[in-house]
Write a protein that binds this ligand. Sequence first.
Ligand code: SAH
Length: 267
Amino acid sequence: MRRQGSVVLVGGGPGDPGLITVAGLAAVRGADVVVTDRLAPLAVLDEAPAHAEVIDVAKIPRGAFTSQERINELLVEHARAGKRVVRLKGGDPFVFGRGGEEWQACAEAGIPVEVIPGVSSALAGPALAGVPLTHRTLTQGFTVVSGHLPPGDPGSTLDWGALARSGTTLVVLMGIATLPAITAELVAQGMPATTPAVTVMEAALPGQRSVVGTVADVAGLGEAAGVRAPAVTVIGPVAALSLLPPPSGARPGPGAPPPPGGSSVAG
Ligand code: SAH
């Protein structure tokens, strides 16, 4: 009798292969098929068994992509063929990763499916830039939103006025293209223009860098510095804290990892 196939949605973390979980790595090492995309930590694929088939469904923002429906079908088809399928995703599978839809597609097809949570870029990006999302004297919470739809878009469910007044740190994912509109709306809704803000690009990847400013100028500074996706923007008093040591003239020795946090383009 053919072995029962299964699907595991694995959160791969923000990009550094050191930031996948032990359970996530074990799942990759036991996979027959790994379905991956642009934001998954590609170095982790080296850990897949030699016989494993790797399917890259690279998604390019606002460009050509494998449709979510096709990805769902791929997971189901391979599991039906008796394979142990790992869907390797960036960050956490259930934070803006459409992991919920993949879970539903498997469950509806009667495929055993489980999720292994991952380190979301919403948390890791700020942390790796030395920005604590909460800080006892500054804020007692944080809010993570998608910037995919700009303020005023009929499809948006976000109340930007409430976000502007929430008193929590605001973390914006998928918000590089819309950041000028988002930050302008926050200020228009009463957030002080002097509120600190930082954009962290390619967190946990070799190209990591940060642009520091205020809610009023972080979008423009980022544009001028060539910031592009993937990037997270943190808005709130904590964005002015950098717990990293200040950059010094000292260069790391040969083979040493780059300094955490990358360079601070502004601020
Ligand atoms: N599930 C993922 C998020 C997927 S949405 C997670 O939990 O991290 C894609 C968005 O995540 C990107 O547009 C960007 O805002 C953010 N992102 C993912 N990887 C990132 C990285 N290495 N550095 C900065 N932002 C990242």
